[in-house]
Design a protein around this ligand. Sequence first.
Ligand code: HEM
Length: 253
Amino acid sequence: MTPEHIELVKSTVPVLRENGVALTSYFYKRMLNNSPELKNVFNLDSQNSGRQPRALAAAVLAYAENIENPSVLAKAIEHITTKHVSLDIQPDQYAIVGDNLLHSISEVLNVPFESELIAAWKAAYLQLADILIGVEKQKYNNLSEQTGGWAGWRPFKITQIEASESGKIFTVEASDAQAILSAAPNQFISVKVKVPNQELEQPQQFVLSAASDKQYQFEVKAVENRTEYSVANILLENYHVGDQVQLTAPQAK
Ligand code: HEM
C-alpha cells in the first residue's frame, strides 16, 4: 500500500465505524443475494446472523486502523483463522467477500466504486486477506499431516445418541473407518447438517466432551427461540443412529 492509500483508509475508518450496522447489513444481504452458495457457509440462524458479518467487518476496520502495525492484530488473526479453518473457508471465497465488502463501503461512504478511496480499501483488504489465507493454509496443512488428521469436511456416522442432563450426547465415527485425529476434551469441531426440506447445509461448532482414536463425543442442547436453521435442534429432531454428518477436524479454542 502507498502512504496515500494508508491515509485514505485510516481517515474513513471512523465514518464506517459510526455506520457499522448499515455497513454490515448491506454487506451481508448483498453477498448472500449475489452468491447464494454462501448460505451453506454462514450460519443463517437469526440469533447468529448479524453477529458474524458485524465481527467480520469490525475486524477489517480494526485491521485498517492498525495497518502500519499489523502485529497488534496477531491475536485476532489467530482467532479468526482457527474459526475459518473449522468452517473450511477457502482462498477463492476471499474475492467474493472482498468484492461485496468494497461495494458496501462505497455505498455507505457514498463514493463511486471506481475511486481512489475504494482502491485504497481494496489494497487494505487484499493485504489482510493475504495474511489470513497464508495462516489458514498452514493450519490446513498441519491438520492433514497429523495421523488421522484431515482438512475440510469429512463424513462421520452417528453410532450412539444418549440422553444427558441438559440434552443428548452424540457419538460419531469416521464413515471411512480410518483413523481420526486424537483430540482432547474441550477442543471443538464443526458439524454440518442438512436443513430439512431445503437444499441447504448449515454448520455449527460443538465442544468435544470425549475423544478417542476411533470416536468423538459432543453434547447437543436444544436452543430456545429456534429457527429452521438451528443446527442443534435439527440434530436432536432429525438425526438418528446410522445417519451421516460432516465434521471438520478438532482444534483448540
Ligand atoms: C479479510 C477477510 C475476513 C475477515 C477480516 C474475517 C473476519 C472474521 C471474524 C472476526 C469472524 C468472527 C470470529 C468469531 O469471533 O467467532 C469471522 C467469522 C466467520 N467468517 Fe470470516 N473473515 C474474513 C473472510 C471470510 C471469508 C472469505 C469467508 C467465507 C465466505 C468467511 C466466513 C466466515 C464465517 C462463516 C464465519 C462465522 C463463524 C461463526 O460461526 O461464528 N470469512 N470472520
